[in-house]
Design a protein around this ligand. Structure first.
Ligand code: SAH
Length: 254
């Protein structure tokens, strides 16, 4: 994937994955409880719609982490406009190179970004930073049915072979010594309103310019294929919110 072409398409979008303020809020409301002044990280924050909801709702500082500086700048501007500048701090560091001390974080959030390093690796890497009783909430592309149509299965096998069912991801979480507190599927509207519809608008605007830029044409083709897969097979795969806890006592016999 040509990164310049990718970011030409993926800039100035409200979100960089399926989601909505309502779903972020719903997941926040499923958290069993947080301490008075929680330490919160938002990993792979992108333009940071969810960061703003977290900061506003929890009334706590959120450290928003991403590797793409323009997304962090977009979030900083949005936070200032929303009157949340004091609550949103951005950091450019990779989610697999975090340097927080053990047991120092109360809540790790990550919408549409865990796939970058994969569920098991993310859960393993991040667990030590979480305090005992701490929480981890993330969204992840998930099979909603056990036997998906062959065409959808072939597409995901190529794009993201790690895609799993809710039961499969829950087993992964338990294997990494987390407890599954809650899961829910994001409504289909969360794919369209703030993600695919704005993406489609950008595709329309950029298509003529892609005639002499083959890498951009390729990114546009791939994106259209992905949108088309969701339009046709959105009953088979969706985005699922997973709310996990780091239990006080190990549930594993190591
Ligand atoms: N949470 C946002 C963005 C999801 S897209 C939303 O839901 O809108 C995934 C994000 O992960 C992108 O912003 C991308 O820049 C970021 N990312 C990619 N690799 C990363 C890494 N190694 N560490 C941290 N963030 C990363």
């Amino acid at each position: 994937m040509n990164l310049e072409a990718f970011f030409t398409l993926h800039s100035d979008l409200p979100r960089e994955g399926p989601g909505s303020d309502a779903s972020t809020l719903k997941a926040i409301n499923r958290l069993p409880g947080l301490p008075e002044s929680p330490h919160v990280l938002d990993l792979g924050c992108g333009p940071g719609r969810q960061t703003l909801v977290l900061a506003r709702t929890l009334k706590a500082p959120v450290v928003a982490i991403d590797v793409h500086q323009p997304f962090l700048d977009q979030l900083t501007n949005a936070a200032a406009k929303a009157g949340l500048a004091d609550y949103v701090k951005t950091r450019r560091i990779s989610m697999d190179a975090l340097d927080y001390p053990p047991e120092s974080i109360d809540l790790i959030w990550s919408e549409g970004a865990v796939y970058i390093i994969g569920v098991s690796k993310a859960l393993r890497l991040w667990r030590p930073m979480l305090r005992t009783g701490g929480l981890l909430a993330f969204t992840e592309a998930t099979w909603l049915i056990d036997n998906p149509p062959a065409e959808a299965a072939a597409f995901w096998e190529k794009e993201y072979p790690d895609i799993n069912t809710v039961a499969g991801n829950s087993r992964k979480a338990e294997a990494e010594d987390y407890e599954v507190i809650d899961t829910f599927t994001l409504p289909a509207e969360d794919w369209w309103a703030e993600y695919y519809a704005p993406l489609q608008e950008r595709i329309t605007a950029l298509r003529s310019g892609s005639a002499d830029w083959p890498e951009l044409a390729a990114v546009i083709d791939e994106t259209e294929q992905e949108i088309n897969m969701f339009a046709r097979f959105g009953d088979s795969h969706g985005y699922v919110f997973y709310v996990l806890g780091k239990p006080a006592h190990s549930t594993l016999e190591r």
